[in-house]
Design a protein around this ligand. Sequence first.
Ligand code: PAF
Length: 277
Amino acid sequence: MKIIDKIDGMKRLRRRLAEPVGLVPTMGYLHQGHLALVKRARAENPSVVVSIFVNPTQFGPQEDFDSYPRDTNRDLALLGKEGTDVVFMPSVAEMYPEPFNSWIEVGKVTERLEGASRPGHFKGVTTVCAKLFNIIQPTTAYFGQKDAQQAVVIKKMVADLNMNLEIVTIPTVREPDGLAVSSRNTYLNPHERQAAVVLYQALSLAQQLWSQGERDAHRLRQEMIGLVKKQPLASIDYISVADTETLDELDMVNPPALVSLAVKIGNTRLIDNIVLQ
Ligand code: PAF
């Protein structure tokens, strides 16, 4: 496994990689969700590149960039076991040399949900992904369905800007009780960890009501809100039932529909979603 921290070095190595090349962009502190992406990339490509870069530009000033969990040695050991060919792990100065003045902004689909709660977040995500795509030139890049809006935004950027790669999304990996795996789960104390299952319970309730024939999106949202409010450690940021592509909120559920929520458990903000189809 080659470990590269310079853009020039990555570009040079790229020319020698066997085609097609699969890229898994990550911010490190890898969990089973990331490893599922790497396994899928490994199964579909003779060359697999994983990037590890905690991208400062997608964190707001009050967010957890400094405290975001990092464990490079553990990440490299896990990636070695998965048969990763190349790990690209640049520094912040390498990715954003001063003065850095060029940004990619996707319109409407970034304005709601995560975009409304985290202003500037998607501008950072799309800019860093565009840079990674330019440097690594993957045939396919793999993203988790857990960050459903991120996947929608990146697909839109790739389509709008005619970028030369395919975006594949992989189902969310869950703990046995249903909690979606996430690097931020490590912030939860044992009480909060138990309470955090409420996100999955709310999604499961929506799924169950939908399966029983409920098509009123307002009713689904209200039932989910009612359930989450019963959990004293939880505070709701948003609960949404939206079109899977435009992310417009729905009145009536027309499948496929994206049911998503962001909930703070104590100080930790968690997100999750399911698609009703
Ligand atoms: O999903 C993530 O971990 C990040 O948003 C990504 C795609 C690696 C960009 O920094």
